[in-house]
Design a protein around this ligand. Structure first.
Ligand SMILES: [Zn+2]
Length: 253
């Protein structure tokens, strides 16, 4: 099956930044009242992903953008659970987004909502995972998964650069799949807790300077969002047969 792997950069795009997928930062043109609030702690949630439509996300309508938020509160909000209300996914039409930068929600201005360092998708690199349709289905089945050869179960080799991708069957942690979110479901995108950035490590250190939370490892991989320490965030469509996708985020360790 075809999949798409993003390259990441902290260098702002030459194109209109509101048309380029990114991690962290703020969603361009989203009115303050549309930012979702955590159902558990009551604070405006942190933007995690802004995903633009394209061949890598064929379920996202061309005139829409997929926005993913999660609670970054350091308390006990269950951000990993797609039903908890401590994360949220929006499918927003371009018509709803203002052309101008807007005022940010009060929680963002006063620092209660943490913003993540912004990292742009430079390119989307297509490839093929070489799996049959049957193998792909088994990869997302909590029972059949464990009957697959290890070379298929963990073909990603737990390499950070491969654990972030759009399309194909989910690449799991060592715990394999479970039943959250409910089926039917189809993986749209997954992102590892560490992001391999193409810029120099020094430039990355400068980019995140002073945020007090982000970590950069010796290989220059950035860990910024709290994805249960070393977890992976999975964005699923849980209405794959419907005209419009229904987005659901879960975080797995
Ligand atoms: Zn919360």
């Amino acid at each position: 099956m075809q999949l798409w792997t993003p390259t990441w950069t902290i260098t702002p795009p030459r194109a209109d930044p509101s048309s380029v997928s990114h991690f962290g930062g703020v969603p361009y043109g989203l009115p303050a009242e549309r930012w979702p609030v955590c159902a558990q702690c009551g604070v405006v949630m942190t933007p995690l992903l802004c995903l633009e439509p394209g061949p890598w996300l064929p379920r996202v309508p061309e005139d829409h953008v997929a926005l993913v938020f999660k609670c970054e509160d350091e308390g006990i909000c269950d951000f990993w659970d797609g039903e908890s209300g401590a994360n949220a996914c929006l499918l927003v039409s371009r018509a709803e987004l203002a052309a101008q930068p807007l005022l940010l929600p009060a929680d963002v201005v006063d620092g209660r909502t943490r913003l993540l360092p912004q990292v742009w998708v430079g390119t989307w690199e297509p490839s093929d995972d070489g799996l049959t349709a049957e193998q792909s289905e088994a990869l997302d089945d909590p029972v059949r998964f464990w009957d697959l050869p290890e070379a298929i179960q963990f073909s990603h080799g737990f390499q950070t650069a491969r654990l972030t991708k759009a399309g194909g069957a989910p690449y799991w942690t060592g715990n394999g799949p479970d039943d959250d979110p409910p089926r039917p479901r189809h993986l749209l995108f997954q992102i590892d807790s560490a992001i391999m950035v193409s810029d120099s490590r020094d430039a990355l250190v400068e980019h995140v300077a002073g945020d007090g939370f982000s970590e950069i490892d010796d290989d220059g991989a950035l860990s910024a969002a709290n994805l249960a320490l070393d977890g992976i965030a999975y964005l699923f469509d849980i209405t794959p047969q419907a005209a419009r996708p229904t987005l659901r985020l879960v975080v797995k360790r």
